[in-house]
Design a protein around this ligand. Structure first.
Ligand code: SF4
Length: 233
């Protein structure tokens, strides 16, 4: 059961995020496909990397190694070179190992269940849910650091755990999911986290959920108090 403050604002939160995404969402090639292996490539490429920077690498990888069979037989040195601009060449080995396991255990297909996905070495909760949501249209949450920042600010969570390990946050994210348009909702949260509710310079004036945001309301109240104090002194 969710805390009352979240339950009361859940519908506004979901609707505002989806509607904002429809007008402002970013377009990337991995968002134009439902191919689960390409989405897997994108998730491995995007981890700890800016999306715009990762785009060129993603396009190269998909053009040459767009299936598990092709990736499993990739030349590791060549693949590592493709990752070099991002500085994380170990991802080449990771992708090849995942592709080999897909070939050995799942006939080269990407499975459709969470348990099967996380049984593959190198696939964790976030990547599994990204594949389930973005490739298979399943109703599952995606919580990375920027999405967790939105939940923390908007609903005043005080936990300091990292997103991947924060069970309470994942539970809230699961309970808050919309019944429909889960893909758009999750992508909307990712984009609001990246473009609006930034780590240092949040753009609350442009935020679709400012009307229900605890952090923003508190900031406004402090600013109003300061104005009152100045005018009464
Ligand atoms: S109103 Fe500001 S702090 Fe609140 S979610 Fe939006 S950008 Fe983040």
């Amino acid at each position: 059961m969710l805390p009352t403050r979240i339950l009361q604002n859940g519908e506004t939160f979901r609707a505002s995020i989806v509607s904002w995404f429809e007008k402002n969402g970013r377009r990337f090639p991995w968002r134009e496909t439902h191919d689960p292996f390409k989405i897997l490539i994108a998730e491995v490429t995007l981890k700890l990397t800016g999306a715009w920077k990762a785009q060129r690498v993603y396009e190269q990888l998909v053009a040459k190694y767009g299936t598990a069979a092709r990736m499993a037989n990739a030349d590791l040195a060549e693949l590592a070179r493709a990752f070099k601009p991002l500085g994380l060449v170990s991802r080449a080995t990771l992708l090849v190992n995942i592709a080999r396991e897909l070939n050995d255990r799942f006939s080269g297909n990407v499975p459709k269940t969470y348990d099967e996905l996380v049984s593959i070495k190198g696939i964790g909760r976030y990547t599994a849910n990204a594949i389930l949501c973005l490739a298979y249209d399943q109703r599952v949450p995606l919580v990375d650091e920027s999405v967790s920042r939105i939940f923390r600010r908007c609903f005043s969570f005080s936990t300091n755990r990292e997103a991947y390990a924060d069970k309470e946050l994942w539970h809230v994210a699961q309970e808050l999911l919309p019944q429909r348009m889960c893909r758009e909702y999750n992508l909307g949260l990712i984009d609001v986290g990246a473009l609006v509710c930034k780590h240092m310079k949040q753009r609350c004036g442009d935020c679709p959920i400012s009307c229900i945001c605890v952090y923003y309301t508190a900031e406004q109240e402090t600013a109003n108090l300061e104005v009152e104090n100045v005018s009464s002194s």
